[in-house]
Design a protein around this ligand. Structure first.
Ligand code: ADP
Ligand code: MG
Length: 311
């Protein structure tokens, strides 16, 4: 058996260390400029409440706030990866909560965008298209000029109108919007590029699984919507009025741009949309869609050679 005296001494020493540590941490926490700012914003907090929450305050102090101590998402130093601490008060009590940090929000947005782009059945060459690789010629000059103008304005604020590119097969309509989608990523603007025949199929197949409203909302809210080959889809009154009509109406009201590519001019598209699979002629409804397209985009014709020749 150890002598009682020495055990007592040890215990006292430990207790002393603990006390010293506690006082040191307390001082560090209370001298931290951010904690001081928090306390002076909340003079209602009692000293007792502050002392009771020293551990929370210490945790707040050591964590990276909105990525200020982290080089990138992969190098997050926080206990909860990708979450940033916030101090709040309620009824005189201190609460420490965590919210998503900027880096996590960016990464999630990118992932979401990428997974969506993959599900849209675009050929790889279109997804890899870049503005720098666009070759210019006089028959496409106006189209390219309009595209660059849009992009230039988009670095500031997205213009309310996109472009309706129409022209023959193979002149590079899809290529141009693919290049734009890539350039917009750099401005942190989301874009969604979908091939119209797939769009109709995808929406029809999601009626069953309840995901349709979620998808419609995504098309409404993406920064820039791009509908490739409008007019090439099977015409359906339901898709035209309930899906396309509702998305375009929303974007028109919110001043959000839409890009289109088509083999048809708007005048031709109107006729195409008036005849549906039911065999009726619905001129008024088709006219309404064309009006909305005009509100969300500018019509530009593209000419030139068919670039798919010789492939
Ligand atoms: P469209 O949509 O008008 O039918 P695409 O955009 O699919 O035509 O273009 C046809 C082919 O030409 C594609 O293989 C595309 O990669 C290529 N292409 C089109 N425009 C360009 C360009 N400006 N620079 C390089 N390749 C292009
Ligand atoms: Mg195309």
């Amino acid at each position: 058996m150890k002598p009682v005296q020495s055990e007592l001494k040890k215990w006292m020493q430990k207790n002393k260390n603990f006390k010293e540590n506690y006082l040191r941490v307390r001082e560090e926490v209370l001298n931290d400029p951010e904690i001081q700012a928090f306390l002076s914003r909340n003079p209602q907090l009692s000293q007792q409440e502050v002392d009771k929450n020293l551990i929370k305050l210490h945790e707040y102090k050591t964590q990276s706030k909105q990525c200020d101590k982290c080089a990138s998402f992969g190098q997050c130093i926080n206990m909860l990866q990708g979450y940033s601490p916030v101090l709040q008060t309620e009824n005189g009590e201190i609460h420490l909560v965590y919210e998503k940090c900027h880096n996590r929000i960016d990464v999630e947005k990118q992932r979401e965008q990428q997974s969506l782009i993959q599900s849209l059945y675009m050929p790889k060459e279109i997804l890899d298209a870049t503005i720098a690789d666009i070759d210019h010629d006089s028959e496409r000059g106006e189209g390219i000029r309009q595209l660059l103008l849009f992009l230039n304005n988009a670095s500031n604020e997205l213009p309310a109108k996109g472009i309706y590119f129409h022209g023959p097969f193979g002149v590079g309509k899809t290529y141009l919007i693919g290049a734009l989608a890539n350039a917009l990523k750099e401005y942190n603007k989301s874009s969604m590029l979908i091939y119209m025949p797939e769009f109709v199929r995808e929406m029809k197949s999601s009626i069953k699984d309840d995901s349709i409203n979620e998808k419609i909302n995504y098309f409404k809210n993406t920064d820039v919507l791009m509908l490739d080959d409008i007019g090439a889809e099977t015409q359906s009154a339901w898709f035209r009025d309930e899906i396309l009509g509702s998305i375009l109406q929303y974007r028109m009201m919110e001043n959000m741009p839409v890009f289109f590519t088509s083999n048809y001019s708007l005048e031709q598209l109107e006729q195409q949309m008036a005849s549906t699979s039911r065999g009726g002629n619905e001129t008024v409804k088709a006219g309404r869609i064309i009006e909305r397209i005009k509100q969300v985009s500018k019509e530009v014709g593209l000419g030139g050679e068919n670039r798919r020749d010789g492939q």
